[in-house]
Design a protein around this ligand. Structure first.
Ligand SMILES: Nc1ncnc2c1ncn2[C@@H]1O[C@H](COP(=O)(O)OP(=O)(O)OP(=O)(O)O)[C@@H](O)[C@H]1O
Ligand SMILES: [Mg+2]
Length: 382
């Protein structure tokens, strides 16, 4: 049987996506030369975006499988080259626009650099969800990661920004421990369980304390939003640090369309602290859209529910703010273990009560909480 033509091989490679950029390797200009021998041996040269690309084996498998599937191919040999600086720059511009500050862009949001945060563009489809709380340890990060995974499992494209610069935890909880790839200053966020994430944890040596002050924090957050190739996700969840400090202020400036969801525990004291974070949101013109109560009960071996941290705090806060209580989550060891192991409970035990409740909250946020377009009453037809 005759070996396939170069055109046929290109067409076979067109559906093959670069695993990191999720675009056709043909469209990305990664397929360089193709050679065919009369005995059906095909050789393909692939230009990797960066030297030492961590997903080289995956690319090899995908390309080999695609070419091997063609009639008349006896074997496939791949060799690799690496894009030049100019090629990388062109690729980044194609995917992500110019790396230069857009003059005048974002000035209304009060930051000096003027770098464009794509989520503020009028056509952006991304809903930024700011998961916050007044105090630490109530389960913000666990809720953020599990909601992100739940939304991804429901078919949405999802990114997570770990905005807890001093106490980052998202990469571990998500099990996304591979460092981001950098293509000409564009960061490709690591992905796991269908969720992409970025965190300061990727940029500091393990165990090292971060002692940045305001401007540095501001800069890091800006880069997380503007320099990361988020690729227009449906949702960008922000794991907020505890409290109501600098980071919350910066983020509210970068994400004026952000929806704030407050996580609280059921005791009245926690609910008062959570109310502070709501007050903070109001001050910077963001509004709290809903409350999630965590650690609401523990089901003992006897099957009884024990309300270890009291009850009613979430509902009280929701009533005070005039927003819905989106759900209550039980205290379950598997939720903590999932965070420690990098396999969130929504993946590890999808049928468990906690995972089902998280799925339900995710569904509620995706559908019922979807911002409605506000039409001027003057334009009403009826
Ligand atoms: N519903 C739950 N059941 C059992 N353990 C939980 C639950 N929610 C959170 N945890 C555990 O409680 C601890 C604190 O949770 P987490 O780190 O998510 O909170 P946080 O609000 O992000 O904390 P921080 O303020 O330190 O960022 C973690 O060890 C986590 O695994
Ligand atoms: Mg946290």
């Amino acid at each position: 049987m005759a070996a396939p033509t170069n055109e046929q091989i290109i067409e076979a490679l067109r559906p093959v996506d670069d695993p990191e950029l999720r675009r056709s390797i043909v469209d990305l200009g990664m397929v360089r030369t193709i050679g065919t021998a009369p005995d059906g041996a095909v050789s393909v040269q692939i230009a990797l975006t960066i030297a030492g690309c961590p997903l080289r084996n995956e690319i090899t498998n995908r390309v080999t499988a695609a070419v091997q599937a063609l009639d008349g191919v006896s074997r496939v040999a791949l060799d690799f080259t690496v894009m030049t600086d100019q090629e990388r720059e062109a690729l980044r511009e194609k995917l992500h626009g110019s790396s230069q500050a857009a003059p005048g862009g974002q000035q209304g949001h009060g930051h000096a650099e003027g770098k464009s945060v794509p989520f503020n563009e009028p056509g952006s489809k991304t809903r930024p969800l700011l998961i916050s709380s007044g105090k630490g340890g109530v389960g913000k990060s666990s809720v953020t990661v599990n909601l992100a995974v739940a939304l991804a499992s429901q078919g949405y494209s999802v990114g997570v920004v770990d905005a807890d610069i001093y106490g980052y935890s998202v990469p571990r909880m998500l099990g996304a421990d591979r460092d981001p790839v950098v293509i000409d200053q564009m960061l490709i966020p690591p992905e796991n369980h269908g969720v992409r994430c970025i965190s300061i944890g990727y940029f500091v040596p393990e165990g090292q304390a971060i002692i940045w002050r305001g401007p540095m924090l501001h800069k890091a957050l800006e880069q997380f939003l503007a320099d990361v190739f988020w690729d227009d996700p449906d949702f960008l969840l922000i794991d907020m640090p505890p409290g109501t400090g600098d980071i919350a202020l910066s983020l509210s400036q970068y994400l004026p369309r952000g929806e704030v969801y407050v996580v609280t525990t059921p005791q009245p004291a926690a609910q008062k602290v959570a109310a502070l974070s709501a007050a903070m949101a109001a001050k910077v013109n963001l509004s709290v859209k809903g409350i999630i109560e965590n650690m609401s009960w523990f089901t003992g071996d006897d099957g009884k529910r024990y309300e270890i941290f009291g009850s009613g705090g979430g509902q009280q806060l929701a009533d005070d703010l005039g927003v819905p209580l989106l759900g209550k989550l039980p205290l379950v060891p598997a939720l903590r273990e999932g965070g420690d192991d990098g396999i969130p409970i929504t993946v590890a035990q999808p049928d468990s009560e906690a995972a089902q409740l998280l799925q339900e909250i995710a569904r509620h946020i995706a559908t019922e909480m979807k911002p409605k377009k506000i039409f001027s009453s003057a334009l009403k037809v009826n």
